[in-house]
Design a protein around this ligand. Structure first.
Ligand code: K7E
Ligand code: RUQ
Ligand code: CUA
Length: 648
């Protein structure tokens, strides 16, 4: 077989280069053209054309960036606590970060998926994955608030997530690490092949409300699942996962996982899987996981621990999983806007293989198999291949599309973005990135309708791009104009945390749907106040509930006595304002927590257990009016065991 004898690898040299990134490509400024400034200039008071939702990686948040300006518009805390608005500190938001084993206030958020209808962005929700304590979050794009977090059982390193199907029917979560399933077990690591399993979770998304539910899990061989993309249009109904460590080794030292010439793209017929579930072929299994939902009615989160899972075994149901051989540890797998082409990016491969969905179906029909894994067919590489992009560059990672028949692949090792034609496989252009690009993004790039005007490279290495800030540097993003034949670098901008994937969509999709404040009459928080009259302090045993209002420019009550050391003190702060952009803050000296930032019409609660007597001032943290500095009060804390009178 011709393909098999081909040299796929420059492995040795490339691995070395991969760990020496940051070497400055020659002609560093050549990609920048004279009119770049005017192309990214958004005049004061004007709005950007696109919202760019960018993952925060190890910072656990998403950021909202305007394009083309590169301005950061908002940080949305997701899997991270956020002092700015009390996320993870307020009693209402704490349950959002609950897991089957308690409060976990951090995660590693890699990928963004913006909801779609008919394979086009509808931008109702942004999904993000938590890699570490496997979770998927959903952010509502009318409030830019995290409204749901679902933990993923039987998973570790939820990396191939949260990619979505074309009508947002499902969000997927493929486990990076294979693990013993059930509620974890104490087994020797050498028993990897018997005891460890890969799992692919299909999370259904409610059409109207977006609510997620773990619909079913498919058991898979103990590979490592890296990334995924849903088919679309003609390939709607299929999902494609990149895999590595198909040697099924439990240690990856000495490049154990890269012994083989090829790993696989795992093609999953999810429509079939869904049908098997409907026919009752799912096995009931158990493992605990948390489902946390933010209630827009009460502005409180609730956390429920679930444990029922429906599992499909593809070894028995032989027609839901097929393997497509793909050179060396593919990282990204991406499907083009037509849904016909599936692009694998073998990090250590010297070519980019492009597979054809039509050919894949034919190969399945003709049983063009070169073998099986646990009874699941491995298709012949040649029979699925559309063709290979020759000499694309080194270290292909991720591919996006411009909707004009071109693909753009990030090259980590050679630190560039390469543009090529999907049909002819010819390389058309290449531009350097500064430095070592990871993901790249074109607005609408993963959908059936890309807006091929800009491309952003999210780089892993920053080095000298900005004023130096000691050993730790912000990551760098770079905006390119891709509307012409040649890509043009327009702008560098720093990012928050480590951006992995990002998506962008036209601002017009959502900018008129933004919530500006919460109507007080609809505030169904059980401790909400509708006006200043009921502001009060109530003792219930050792709990003291302070029902407090804020309105420009005072707290009611402001002077509070009757609290003892050891009491659980709850400040339930209702912001009575009914106007856009008038939050009030609340912070109290001595409390071992952050502040609250309460949106107009909302109620938020800060809990504090005082551990010492004294007078503790509190104040508003957000400059809200000319009398902001007057917005203050005192809490008196008396000794434990004393019997102070409640006074306010
Ligand atoms: Cu390539 Cu986690 Cu998507 Cu980062 S991964 S680059
Ligand atoms: S105060 S405006 Cu602390 Cu001048 Cu802020
Ligand atoms: Cu309220 Cu400052």
């Amino acid at each position: 077989m011709k393909m098999k004898t081909r040299i796929w690898l420059l492995a040795g040299a490339m691995v070395t280069m991969a760990f020496a990134p940051g070497c400055k490509p020659k002609g560093a400024q050549s990609a920048l053209s004279g009119d770049a400034a005017s192309k990214v200039y958004v005049a004061p008071g004007e709005h950007d054309e696109f919202y760019n939702i960018v993952s925060g990686g190890f910072n656990g948040q998403m950021s909202v960036v305007g394009l083309p300006s590169g301005r950061v518009l908002k940080i949305v805390p997701v899997f991270s606590v956020h002092p700015e608005n009390g996320w993870g500190f307020s009693e209402e938001s704490k349950p959002m970060l609950n897991t089957a084993h308690g409060f976990v206030p951090w995660d590693d958020l890699h990928h963004i998926a913006i909801s779609t209808t008919n394979a086009e962005h509808d931008a109702r929700w942004a999904f993000g994955n938590g890699n570490n304590t496997p979770r998927i979050a959903r952010v509502d794009l009318t409030t830019f608030k995290t409204v749901e977090i679902l933990e993923i059982p039987n998973s570790a390193g939820n990396h191939s997530s949260p990619f979505i199907t074309e009508n947002t029917e499902y969000v997927v979560a493929g486990t990076r690490f294979s693990v013993p399933t059930g509620d974890n077990r104490d087994v020797p690591i050498e028993t990897y092949k018997e005891n460890f399993k890969g799992t692919i979770s299909f999370i259904s998304v409610d059409k109207d409300h977006g609510t997620m539910d773990l619909a079913f899990q498919i058991e898979a061989p103990p590979f490592n699942f890296d990334l995924a993309r849903a088919g679309k249009k003609k390939s709607h109904g299929w999902f494609f996962f990149s895999t590595y460590n198909t040697e099924m080794a439990h240690t990856l030292l000495e490049v154990n996982a890269s012994q083989k010439d090829k790993d696989f793209i795992m093609a999953v017929n999810w429509k079939k899987a869904e049908q098997y579930i409907k026919e009752g072929k799912g096995k009931k299994t158990k493992a605990k996981y948390a489902h946390n939902v933010w209630d827009e009615n009460t502005h409180m989160a609730t956390s429920t621990i679930k444990e029922d899972i429906l599992t499909l075994d593809p070894k028995e149901l032989k027609d839901i999983i097929y393997f497509i051989p793909c050179p060396k540890s593919p990282h990204g797998t991406d499907t083009d806007p037509s849904g016909e082409y599936i692009i694998g990016s073998g990090k250590l491969a010297a070519i980019i293989p492009v597979f054809s969905f039509t050919k894949m179906l034919k190969a399945i029909e003709n049983q063009d198999f070169e073998g099986t894994i646990d009874g699941m067919p491995v298709l012949k590489y040649e029979s699925v291949l559309h063709g290979e992009v020759e000499k694309p560059g080194l270290g292909p990672l991720h591919t996006e599309f411009d909707g004009r028949g071109n693909a753009y692949t990030s090259m980590f090792v050679s630190s560039e973005v390469v543009k090529w034609n999907i049909e002819t496989l010819q390389v058309l252009d290449r531009v350097p990135t500064y430095y070592s690009v990871g993901h790249l993004m074109i607005p609408g790039g993963p959908t059936g309708k890309p807006h091929g005007k800009y491309m952003v490279a999210y780089n892993k290495i920053t080095k000298d791009r900005y004023l130096p800030t000691g050993p730790e540097l912000a990551h760098s993003a770079q905006l390119y104009d891709i509307s012409g034949d040649k890509m043009q670098l327009l702008l560098d901008f720093p990012t928050i945390g480590e951006p992995h994937y990002a998506e962008a969509f036209p601002a017009s999709l959502i900018k008129d749907k933004q919530v500006k404040f919460y109507p007080l009459e609809k505030n169904n928080h059980p401790r909400a106040l509708k006006g200043i009259n009921n502001a009060r302090v109530e003792r219930e045993g050792n709990k003291v509930h302070i029902y407090m209002t804020t309105i420009r420019s005072n707290f009611r009550p402001d002077n509070i006595e009757g609290v003892r050391v050891g009491d659980e003190v709850y400040f339930h702060v209702t912001n009575l304002e009914q106007d856009w952009d008038v939050p009030h803050g609340f912070a109290i000296k001595g409390a071992n927590t952050a502040e609250l930032l309460v949106m107009p019409g909302e109620t938020a609660t800060l809990k504090w257990v005082p551990d010492r007597v004294g007078i503790f001032p509190f104040y508003c943290t957000d400059f809200c009016s000319a009398l902001h500095q007057e917005m203050q009060g005192y809490l008196r804390v008396s000794p434990a065991g004393s019997n102070p009178v409640i006074k306010y």
